[in-house]
Structures are given as structure tokens and as C-alpha cells.
Write a protein that binds this ligand. Sequence first.
Ligand SMILES: [Zn+2]
Length: 70
Amino acid sequence: MTCERCEGLMVSEQICDLQGTNREVCANGYRCLLCGNVVDATILENRRRSSETVEPLTVYSRRMPRLVAA
Ligand SMILES: [Zn+2]
């Protein structure tokens, strides 16, 4: 697996509390050795499922930045 940012080597790693939102939840994921980019299996799965809705969601968040931030 290669990093989507820098295409460096990513290693399998146990990830806990990735963004402070999933306390006490650990997941298998990958970390880039070069830039430190981290992805977990949940993120990858969500991306796969929502790949067709990424673009509309991006447009929506640009139009309504405060709503999204709240
Ligand atoms: Zn990287």
C-alpha cells in the first residue's frame, strides 16, 4: 500500500483515537513512513462507499461553511 499524499510506503498499524472522536476505539490502519499520513480501515471503507457522493458533499460544504463547521 502506498500513501495517497506522497506515494511513500505505508505500514500496517494499530490506530487508537485517530481524531479524538472515537475514544477507546482502536482499528487496524496504515501509517505513511515518509509524511506520517494515517488512514484506517473505516476511512477506507467509507471512501469506497461514498466515492460517488464526494463531489456533491464538497460543493455543499463550500456553500455552507458555517453549517458544516457547527
Ligand atoms: Zn506519505
